[in-house]
Design a protein around this ligand. Structure first.
Ligand code: APR
Ligand code: PHB
Length: 389
């Protein structure tokens, strides 16, 4: 087989890139290790920056997002019984849209199928060949049958555990990582959200987050230790602990119910440099990971796709390589700012096992400064709604 761009990974990054390339007549083939149902069963954060909303509009995939997504002009930050609101709209003249990542992925699959886009599921043993030459190719198997795709470019959109990052030699690749000493225990429940905006809670007992997917589907998280498992937590224990970490007035309003999903996610900051090697370009989680605190995973995958799409568009439509040559530097410049914000926001809200009394005082002073200083709130708002591409 031959195509212009071979895309490894059928998650949000790969699908969005394929769909955007399709809008300018550039052919691609998406190779996905799992089934479509498996990909769509993943529960992931759903806070969309304006940049991603615009890209989904450009890709012709934003109708349901606009019909069902919830525009949020702000968010609440609480510490103990205190709380204050960051007004994104008033400060940064922008909002975010709350719309499950699963729904974004579903809309992208629907668009690819409607456009006749090529997606191969259940691929195995994907290998990247001659990425540092002008004629790379990818090999893979499906049902034991070997296949080869000759292409102009390879987009590594296969997430943190994919093969693409590993294809860049260790003599070229540099990795930066921070592992956080705690995890997030998340629960999805068919209950109305406790508040009409998100609540990020710092408490003596640890972080908590009150989020949502719709008016009748809520998503809650509590910080937990990495030694725990979801089985250690009954629903009743989870609700009791969540109530102890959010302000009393919110706890009294909280509608509890059976969990329809319960899982623990570890927190990590990770970046690999460069994000390009020859004709191979890394996008999204294949190149970087952020702690979920700032809801930046999907949004940073989107900015990578934006830079790569613009570079490939210039290559195919204008014959210039300037865009693909500047991809890695441009993407990384924004990635590192997002890593900083996600790290800062995580440091502001979580209890760290090795925190000293002084550290705790610094955390409370940072919260108090954010509460009382408009410049600090503006900086947070600009990062939360999305830095410019
Ligand atoms: N071959 C083919 N597909 C693969 C391989 C492989 N060797 N390895 C992984 N994949 C697939 C996975 O099954 C997954 O569907 O690549 C896809 C990667 O998708 P994500 O992990 O969602 O990463 P990305 O598309 O970059 O989206 C980033 O989505 O998962 C969230 O937290 C993440 O919010 C972030 C955003
Ligand atoms: C979520 O709804 O899953 C969510 C929202 C905001 C975050 C993280 C997760 O910062």
């Amino acid at each position: 087989m031959k195509t212009q761009v071979a895309i490894i990974g059928g998650g949000p990054s790969g699908l969005l890139l394929a769909q955007l390339l399709g809008t300018i007549g550039v052919e691609s083939i998406v190779l996905e290790r799992q089934t479509k149902d498996y990909v769509l069963a993943r529960i992931r954060a759903g806070v969309l920056e304006q940049g991603l909303v615009r890209m989904l509009e450009e890709a012709g995939c934003a109708d349901r997002l606009h019909a069902e997504g919830h525009v949020h002009d702000g968010a609440l930050i609480s510490y103990g019984e205190e709380d204050f609101r960051i007004d994104f709209k008033q400060l940064a003249q922008a909002s975010v849209v709350v719309y499950g990542q699963t729904e974004v992925t579903r809309d992208l699959y629907t668009a690819r199928e409607k456009a006749g886009g090529q997606i191969v599921f259940n691929v195995e043993h994907v290998q990247i060949h001659r990425a540092d030459c002008d004629n790379p190719h990818v090999t893979y198997e499906v049902d034991g049958q070997a296949h080869r795709i000759d292409c102009d470019f390879i987009a590594g959109c296969d997430g943190f555990h994919g093969v693409s990052r590993q294809a860049i030699p260790l003599t070229v690749r540099r990795e930066y990582e921070k592992i956080y000493p705690f995890g997030w225990l998340g629960v999805l429940s068919e209950t109305p959200p406790v508040h009409d905006e998100l609540i990020y809670a710092n408490s003596k007992r640890g972080f908590a987050l009150c989020s949502m997917r719709s008016d009748h589907l809520s998503r809650y998280y509590i910080q937990c230790s990495l030694s725990e498992s979801p089985a250690d937590w009954t629903d009743a224990a989870f609700w009791e602990e969540l109530k102890r970490r959010i302000p009393t007035d919110m706890a009294e309003k909280l509608v509890t119910g059976p969990s329809i999903e319960k899982s623990i996610a570890p927190l990590r900051s990770f970046v690999t440099e460069p994000m390009r090697w020859g004709r191979l370009f890394l996008c999204g989680d294949a190149a970087h990971i952020v702690p979920p605190t700032g809801a930046k995973g999907l949004n940073t995958a989107a900015s990578d796709v934006h830079y790569l799409f613009q570079g490939l568009k210039a290559f195919y439509l204008e014959g210039t390589e300037a865009g693909i040559d500047s991809y890695s530097a441009k993407a990384l410049r924004r990635v590192w700012k997002v890593e900083r914000f996600s790290w800062w926001f995580s440091s502001l809200l979580h209890r760290y096992p090795d925190q000293s009394e002084f550290d705790l005082k610094m955390q409370l002073a940072e919260l108090d400064f954010l509460r009382s200083n408009k410049a600090a709130q503006l900086a947070m708002a600009q990062n939360y709604v999305g830095l410019p591409y």
